[in-house]
Design a protein around this ligand. Structure first.
Ligand code: ZN
Ligand code: ZN
Length: 462
């Protein structure tokens, strides 16, 4: 029988309020401020839209972040309710139980509290407040204190920020949520700053009208899917404060053309960039040009379907920009393994920092893996190692397991289905399910014998 902690008095009080919506909404005027965060959390998780709406309308704190409540699935309906309930032009009487919300953060970033603690010693009352846009609360405040006069429609007393993640694939008219955001901005007569932190754009040419409503200086995570490099460059000229850039299915006619040079010059300005993901972006023999201009302390590097050559890999192994990587993913490249030394050196260089390594579908053979194994086993921080869809045999799989089980930090291994399980490995046909079951059973026994039941070995059959 499961032992469950009895509910606390607070849990019971909150449950009682949630079960009586009108009572809960009425009580918001009287309940202690300390109850707002636990009640909001419970109402959000239980999707009590009416209570959420009332809570946003009377939120007694400066900021509200939904990131800590991040759920598996996105919650467009709840976001819509919260945006609709955002009270523009907050009252000026600080003593009354009037809404004090100035920053509504609907981005999905865990790691922050639902509201920031009140710190009067700093000029930044919220850790997520916008630092870049001219319309941000901080800029409006400093402009007004400098000029001691309020510019039209931009009073620090009424300026608010709405932090969002957006996924655009067509004009804003076709995107109901985005249309709502824009109408809210319009209602605010300039006092609401729509601050987009995470932006995903698919079909760039269709999104131009939508993009004209955003200040791309605010964006920290940008992903662009399916575009020509020449059309991406103007975006990067504006999005100068990126922490993370992901470009997928990008066409570049020639590395000699101006678009590629401009792309490099924009990358070289991205001093904050920590994560770079390039996918289906053919960079054969030109990875060097991209890596050279990046900041020296990159955390994440993904190079999927980039058609990397031997000289690309060789440069990667000598490049100071990637010396502190926590994640490296070079999957889906036909890597030239005749000379494994560059990759071996790369693993040695990253042995103190690398936490996540993926080399799926890279034509990695038994011979190559056995050469790389000693360097791999020295990556003491490694938590996930993925090498699926490579032509590996069962004896090698057993051997690599022996190499990996002493690595105490390593918890997840995504392994390739050994070749003998297929009728024909190269086109992955005729998978013998029984043979695969036997493989799993053997690995399980070996993990038990190595006392590594905490280690998870999984594979994909798709
Ligand atoms: Zn905050
Ligand atoms: Zn902003």
């Amino acid at each position: 029988m499961d032992f469950k902690e009895p509910p606390t008095l607070l849990d019971i009080a909150i449950q009682c309020l949630l079960n009586h919506e009108p009572l809960a909404i009425q009580a918001l005027q009287e309940i202690p401020r300390e109850l707002f965060v636990p009640l909001f959390t419970a109402a959000f998780k239980g999707r009590h839209e009416k209570i959420l709406s009332a809570m946003v309308k009377s939120w007694p704190f400066f900021c509200l972040h939904v990131g800590p409540l991040s759920m598996q699935e996105v919650q467009p309906k709840l976001w819509k309710v919260m945006v609709e309930s955002l009270q523009l032009f907050p009252a000026e009487n600080p003593a009354s139980r009037s809404p004090k919300l100035r920053i509504l953060d609907l981005t999905q970033h865990p790691g922050y509290k639902t509201k920031c603690p009140v710190i009067t010693t700093t000029c930044k009352p919220c850790v997520r407040s916008c630092a870049y846009s001219e319309r941000s609360l901080m800029k409006v405040q400093s402009q007004c204190s400098n000029s001691s006069s309020e510019s039209e429609g931009q009073s620090p007393k009424t300026t608010m920020e709405l932090l969002v993640s957006l996924s655009l694939d067509r004009s804003f008219r076709g995107n109901e949520y985005f249309a709502l955001l824009l109408s809210k901005v319009e209602q605010s007569l300039g006092s609401l700053h729509l601050c987009c932190r995470d932006l995903r754009i698919k079909n760039l040419s269709e999104c131009r009208s939508a993009l004209s409503h955003l200040d791309l200086k605010c964006v920290s995570h940008l992903a662009v899917v399916e575009a020509s490099l020449i059309s991406v460059v103007p975006l990067l000229e504006q999005a100068v404060n990126l922490d993370s850039l992901s470009l997928s299915k990008i066409t570049c006619r020639s590395f000699n053309e101006r678009a590629f040079r401009n792309f490099l010059s924009q990358l070289s300005c991205m001093d904050h960039l920590k994560e770079l993901s390039l996918s289906s972006f053919c960079l054969t023999d030109h990875l060097e040009h991209v890596l050279r201009v990046l900041p020296a302390d990159l955390d994440f590097l993904q190079l999927l379907f980039c058609e990397l050559s031997y000289s690309d890999l060789k440069f990667l192994s000598q490049c100071p920009q990637v010396n502190y990587l926590k994640l490296l993913d070079v999957s889906n490249n036909s890597i030239f393994w005749e000379d494994c030394e560059p990759f071996y050196c790369l693993l040695e260089n990253l042995s103190g920092t690398l936490q996540h390594l993926a080399i799926d579908h890279c034509l990695l053979t038994d011979a190559t893996l056995s050469i790389l194994a000693p360097a791999l086993s020295r990556c003491s921080q490694l938590r996930l190692f993925s090498f699926s869809s490579n032509p590996i045999t069962m004896p090698m799989l057993r051997r690599i397991l022996e190499y990996l089980t002493p690595m105490t930090q390593l918890k997840y291994v995504i392994y390739p289905i050994p070749m003998h399980c297929y009728g024909r490995w190269h086109d992955r046909v005729c998978l013998d399910q029984q043979k695969l079951v036997d493989v799993n059973a053997q690995l399980k026994i070996m993990l038990q014998e190595a006392e590594r039941d905490d280690m998870c070995w999984i594979t994909y059959t798709g």
